[in-house]
Design a protein around this ligand. Structure first.
Ligand SMILES: [Fe+2]
Length: 306
């Protein structure tokens, strides 16, 4: 079949058969995607067994709750960032901290505090470096944004996230910090370790077929929001990690690489109320003012909450 025949067939089956109210947007997308799929079957001579293997794959990936991970791993989530950047540029919006992928491991409802939070529950403090993350939330002109909501989450020393890893305490390494009167937020936590896809999981299964690894560099996730500003979804990836620029999820971007500086000065250690050397990362955040003409940065997706 040629494309015209395909489009006619898809329309006959999924448009002309409507007998009740139609969601126009869904209809448009379904018709387009089916046409593109049928065209791919024509072009690549995709066999029935291959189609069924593909459908079975999505069944398995859905049952394993790995479709979010798959979207990151195949670059769909990164593409959406690039597409959003382009939409912003077209709308004349520039500046601010770059966006990057959310990933599938956010959990709503983390404990909230003003200015400072300790994020870890202490269970790993003797086997991994202490990390202090601090920064200031400003607008693109450098004015501080008091009360900006900084939601932070990251992995433990094994690359695992609380809630999904039931061996961790509730909300371990997840906090919401409201920027203080100077726009500052400080997080006392432990050094995160890079994440690897579950080796026997459905995402790694397809990555293996593509000859790809499923590793991420050490990183820390953020949602930053404030009234009158566009919500920012981002993360920093930590300099020195072997996967920094070889991230299977393509989240590392210019402007989002953080350097962890070793601090061993006794006065500084004591000044922080600590008893051992620590690592320090500065991550300042710039939010862009919202405008009615700006594309929305809110992404509606199913997220865990606890
Ligand atoms: Fe992550």
């Amino acid at each position: 079949m040629n494309r015209q025949e395909i489009d006619t067939l898809v329309k006959q089956m999924n448009v002309d058969t409507a007998t009740a109210a139609v969601d126009q947007r869904v209809q448009t997308i379904v018709v387009r995607l089916l046409g593109d799929l049928f065209q791919a079957i024509e072009d690549l001579d995709i066999q029935p067994s291959e189609v069924w293997k593909g459908l079975e794959y999505f069944t398995d990936a859905g049952q394993a709750n790995e479709l979010g991970l798959l979207a990151a791993g195949l670059g769909l989530e990164h593409y959406l960032d690039l597409h959003a950047d382009e939409a912003d540029a077209k709308a004349g919006i520039s500046g601010g901290t770059p966006r990057t992928i959310e990933g599938p491991l956010y959990v709503a409802g983390a404990p909230e505090s003003v200015g400072f939070a300790r994020m870890d529950d202490g269970s790993e403090s003797d086997k991994i470096d202490t990390l202090i993350i601090e920064g200031t939330v400003t607008d693109t002109d450098g004015n501080v944004i008091e009360g900006a909501k900084v939601e932070v989450w990251h992995a433990n020393s094994l690359g695992n996230y609380s809630f999904f890893d039931k061996s961790q305490s509730d909300f371990n390494l997840r906090r919401t910090i409201l920027a203080d009167a100077e726009g500052k937020y400080v997080a006392l936590t432990t050094m995160p370790v890079g994440y690897g896809c579950p080796p026997e999981g459905t995402t790694q299964f397809v990555l293996n077929k593509l000859g790809r690894h499923g590793n991420r560099p050490s990183h820390v996730h953020y949602f930053v929001s404030a009234p009158g500003f566009r919500k920012l979804t981002t993360q920093f990836n930590i300099e020195g990690d072997q996967y920094l620029w070889d991230d299977f999820a393509f989240a590392t971007r210019d402007g989002l690489v953080a350097t962890a500086i070793d601090v061993s000065d006794q006065a500084e250690i004591q000044g922080r109320g600590l008893d051992k050397p620590f690592k320090h990362i500065t991550f300042n955040i710039e939010l862009v003012k919202d405008a009615t003409t700006a594309p929305s940065t809110e992404v509606d997706r199913r997220r865990a909450s606890a």
